[in-house]
Design a protein around this ligand. Structure first.
Ligand SMILES: *Cc1c(COP(=O)(O)O)cnc(C)c1O
Length: 479
């Protein structure tokens, strides 16, 4: 037997001995370590250089309640990033838990081709009611990237069914992120995710982003967005005949360092897509469900896309689920006699999973019954006043906020705008400092952000911002 296996067996025996004796102190001392040891033997984590965990231990979580995560030694951590932007109303939410227990007793899963069930129907009815008109059809998948694949395929296939097979190119914005399966990755524009796999990806057309970080001093978000839109207008005027769709993340490019832009861009984009006969795909996987202040970000540009992709908050952060909403016009282009072979071809084993849909229904019920969007207005203003102090920090070049998404971008030199070299991993230092204080942050390069569950209390926001202030000061120090 290998040494490591012997070691983990030894730990297991010790662990069970003490567990039986309920000698809690010693268990506490070895529990986190025991999980870490077992993890190291068998797991490979996402978005991670696994070697990092030689020096930065992975965080083992035993349970979660509300906004707090608890490790195996009963230390708690405030989940300031909603467990990767999925959780809306806290962990172990009693309303969602109850809905799931009830659903579990009735139907856990069933094939969704040739069969339907009530939770899929009810969630679709509610989504159609709540999303910007005229979206009338829901197609389920089970994660964000898959929803993007569905939207891309549907758009291309629509034009094919309409006798326009040349419309097969997609337009994406610089700094965009849409998921990491090959089709979704192709419409991303973040080098760190995409560059390595570039030889495997379809080619796309890319235009400059409207995100306002690079605007001139004194230039408004709206002016900058209008100026940046001209690049897209030009591309569409030249190549619309071969373009199927433009894909955007409305208002906030989240994985792209939480960069933000003015809603006027969405309004102009909708108008141009109509004029040039090109689809608009809105990826609201991250920004949907109240993150930007409104239920959907598209509302702020007064638009409805041809395809609306939702996931993450869709199930309240409980279960993998995604959906693509589209219009009746697009649905009808696929609706024909079987032998015409126009049907949309896409499937996942867990399409429309009843448990996931039930979590989605409970989530939407909470929005409706507890006036969440209204209540969030208070949290939004608390955040705005709390982060004000960062404006005057000698390393902070910008603070920005769209609703419940708040970001602080820091640099090495505020005057020359010189960034810290990426190799220095200053964001990681912030992560480590905050975690030691009981706050889970996950900076993206040199951008700290908050995207907490909506159940966060005012006092918790203040506490979180205080620690972040100290964490930043710690991270920008030169050793
Ligand atoms: C997270 C995310 C995705 C991908 O969703 P997964 O469920 O992680 O595949 C796509 N687009 C945006 C904007 C996202 O934030």
């Amino acid at each position: 037997m290998e040494n490591s296996k012997l070691f983990s067996m030894f730990i297991k025996i010790i662990y069970s001995l003490f567990f039986i004796n309920n000698s809690s102190l010693f268990i506490k001392m070895i529990s986190n370590q025991f999980m870490i040891q077992r993890d190291t033997q068998v797991l490979w984590h996402p978005c991670t250089q696994m070697k990092d965990h030689e020096s930065i231990p992975i965080l083992p979580i035993k349970k979660a309640q509300g906004i707090w995560l608890y490790d195996f030694e009963d230390n708690k951590y405030l989940d300031a990033i909603s467990s990767w932007w999925v959780n809306l109303f806290g962990h172990a939410n009693p309303i969602i838990n109850q809905a799931l227990i009830k659903q579990l007793a009735e139907l856990e899963h069933v094939i969704f081709s040739g069969i339907t069930h009530e939770s899929a129907i009810e969630l679709a009815e509610k989504l159609i009611e709540l999303t910007p008109k005229p979206l009338t059809r829901c197609f389920y998948a089970d994660n964000g990237a898959s929803a993007i694949e569905v939207a891309l395929k549907m758009s291309f296939h629509y034009w094919l069914n309409q006798g326009q097979p040349n419309k097969k190119q997609f337009v994406t914005l610089e700094n965009s992120y849409h998921g990491e399966t090959l089709g979704a990755l192709a419409v991303c524009n973040l080098a760190n995710f995409k560059q390595t796999y570039a030889p495997l990806l379809m080619e796309v057309l890319t235009v400059p982003s409207p995100e306002a970080f690079s605007r001139e001093t004194g230039e408004s978000y709206a002016d900058y967005a209008q100026k940046q839109f001209q690049h897209l207008e030009k591309l569409l005027s030249e190549q619309a005949e071969t373009i199927a769709a433009v894909i955007v993340e409305p208002l906030v490019q989240c994985a792209g360092k939480m960069r933000m832009y003015d809603p006027i861009y969405l309004t102009l984009l909708r108008e141009a897509c109509d004029r040039y006969q090109v689809h608009l795909i809105a990826d609201e996987i991250a920004v949907g469900f109240g993150r930007t202040g409104t239920l959907f970000a598209c509302e702020q540009g007064n638009i409805s896309p041809d395809f609306l992709c939702l996931s993450k908050g869709l199930s309240g952060g409980y279960l993998p689920l995604s959906v693509v909403l589209t219009s009746e016009n697009i649905y009808q282009a696929f609706y024909d006699d079987y032998h015409k072979l126009k049907a949309f071809l896409h499937s996942h084993s867990y399409c429309g999973n009843p448990l996931a849909c039930r979590a989605g229904i409970a989530t939407l019920d909470i929005f409706a019954q507890h006036a969440i969007l209204q209540k969030n207005q208070l949290l939004i203003s608390v955040f705005a006043s709390e982060i004000e102090r960062f404006k005057y920090h000698p390393n902070v070049i910008e603070i920005r906020q769209t609703g419940m998404i708040i970001a602080i971008e820091f640099v090495k030199n505020k005057i020359t705008k010189e960034p810290f070299p990426w190799q220095e991993r200053r964001g990681l230092k912030i992560y480590q400092y905050a975690l030691a204080k009981g706050l889970l942050l996950r900076p993206i390069a040199n951008v700290i952000y908050f995207m907490p569950p909506y159940i966060i209390a005012e006092a918790e926001i203040k506490w979180m911002v205080d620690i972040t202030w100290d964490a930043l000061n710690f991270a920008v120090k030169d050793e």
